[in-house]
Design a protein around this ligand. Structure first.
Ligand SMILES: Nc1ncnc2c1ncn2[C@@H]1O[C@H](COP(=O)(O)OP(=O)(O)OP(=O)(O)O)[C@@H](O)[C@H]1O
Length: 237
């Protein structure tokens, strides 16, 4: 594949004129209004906003789980609907959901290795199992915990399995919805450090939705969602 010079290369992810309306039985709710934004490689973004402002909706659209009612979303210059939402989610984007979405009949380890098999992620060295165990251990889950059924893990441990699963897939963009919500301070800081390293050392684009000012203050770019509009603030560190 030919690599375009930086000046002419399209942004990794671009939202252009994106609006989103939910149609209920009685009324329609417009959550996003004409959102224009680009997300680049090697950058750690956070999205802040009051409860109900549409942060999860923005993440669902940008991660290819849903399509906007108006506007376009493109990855490397290609419209997601042309690329195929399934292909985008399988090959290029991983999401850590608020509810974890783990496969409940599997162990933590199997959740991670299964995701690697589905997405075709291959470790540089060693087996998928070894890489999965390493990722789980790095995130604070030892082998005994990794081989337990996920339903026998605490909420915070399940959250870490969901994060390890997303990290294992070697994607271009990682989305996470409140990934530190259930974690103690030290573990949460470890996750923030992992996200930052992923962006700065591996060039991944990391987009995290959060209510935490502390987390946001450690990201490269802070976006705010309010009344359907997305704006960027300069992150004073
Ligand atoms: N599937 C849906 N159908 C109808 N309305 C929805 C749907 N999903 C979300 N909404 C509404 O859209 C608005 C934005 O919801 P969203 O979950 O995106 O907000 P949020 O900023 O992530 O909230 P929180 O911080 O509380 O998680 C809310 O008013 C919500 O009730």
């Amino acid at each position: 594949m030919t690599t375009l010079p930086a000046s002419t290369a399209p942004p990794l992810l671009r939202l252009a004129g994106v609006s989103h309306t939910y149609s209920g039985q009685r009324r329609r709710t417009t959550v996003l209004k004409d959102v224009d934004h680009t997300f680049e490689r090697g950058t750690f973004y956070t999205v802040l906003g009051p409860s109900g402002s549409g942060k999860t909706t923005l993440l669902s659209l940008a991660s290819g789980l849903d399509t906007p009612t108006k506007g376009t979303i493109s990855f490397n210059g290609q419209d997601l609907t042309e690329l195929g939402l399934g292909r985008y989610r399988n090959k290029h984007a991983a999401t850590v959901f608020q509810q974890y979405n783990l496969l409940t009949y599997m162990t933590a380890l199997q959740n991670v290795t299964t995701a690697m098999e589905i997405t075709g992620a291959k470790p540089v060295t060693g087996t998928r199992r070894a890489r999965a165990l390493r990722l789980l251990e790095d995130i604070g889950l030892d082998r005994a915990t990794a081989t337990r059924n996920v339903l026998r893990l605490s909420g915070g441990q399940q959250q870490r399995v969901a994060i390890a699963r997303a990290l294992a897939c070697d994607v271009d963009i990682l989305f996470a919805d409140e990934p530190t919500g259930n974690l103690d301070e030290d573990t949460a800081q470890g996750i923030i450090d992992t996200f930052r390293d992923l962006a700065h050392e591996q060039g991944t684009c990391v987009v995290v939705v959060t209510h935490s000012q502390h987390l946001a203050s450690q990201s490269d770019r802070v976006l705010r969602l309010r009344k359907g509009r997305l704006t960027e603030q300069v992150n004073a560190r």
